[in-house]
Design a protein. Structure first.
Length: 165
């Protein structure tokens, strides 16, 4: 049985966090998609206006996984929620209970902070879907994800220019 520890990531962990993010990208068949840098993670995760928090998991002292999350808000509940951007367990460490421990810690954080829910997305092909359902999460298949990024985001932002008002 491995000795599993979960702890909050610190600024000194930015390099390790980035390494695990890159492992996740490889797992999701997008190895070239990560453009984040250590400096980005430090600036946005450990500066004065934190955009995210992260947990790191270790098995017998060896880095084994992470979660990256931030606060969202439910207008219907009238309270914050926790949005899980990523959860990942390194291939060598799967089956040790690390994913369950990471998700349990996130649930505990949500309860400790009086948040109303824990939200996240799972790729349709990802076998972790069954794991999530065993933990009590339900697929919200009535909701469709939408995203604006890159040129579409810039084009939309132009609609806010004073000349258009």
């Amino acid at each position: 049985m491995a000795d599993i520890t979960i702890r909050t990531a610190t600024e000194a962990d930015a390099g390790l966090l980035l390494q695990l993010i890159r492992e996740l990208a490889i797992y999701e068949n997008a190895p070239d998609a990560v453009v984040a840098t250590e400096a980005d993670l430090v600036r946005h995760g450990f500066g004065p206006e934190r955009a995210f928090e992260a947990l790191l998991a270790f098995a017998d002292g060896r880095p084994a996984g992470f979660t990256l999350f931030f606060t969202n808000f439910s207008t219907w509940l009238g309270k914050p929620g926790l949005y899980l951007e990523d959860v990942f367990v390194s291939e060598w460490a799967r089956g040790l209970g690390i994913g369950r421990r990471l998700m349990a810690r996130l649930a505990a954080i949500a309860i400790e902070r009086d948040y109303g829910r824990l939200d996240f997305w799972v790729l349709h092909w990802n076998p972790v879907r069954g794991f999530c359902e065993k933990l009590g999460f339900r697929c919200m298949d009535e909701w469709l994800p939408y995203r604006a990024e890159g040129e579409a985001l810039r084009r939309l932002a132009l609609e806010d220019s004073p000349a258009r008002s």
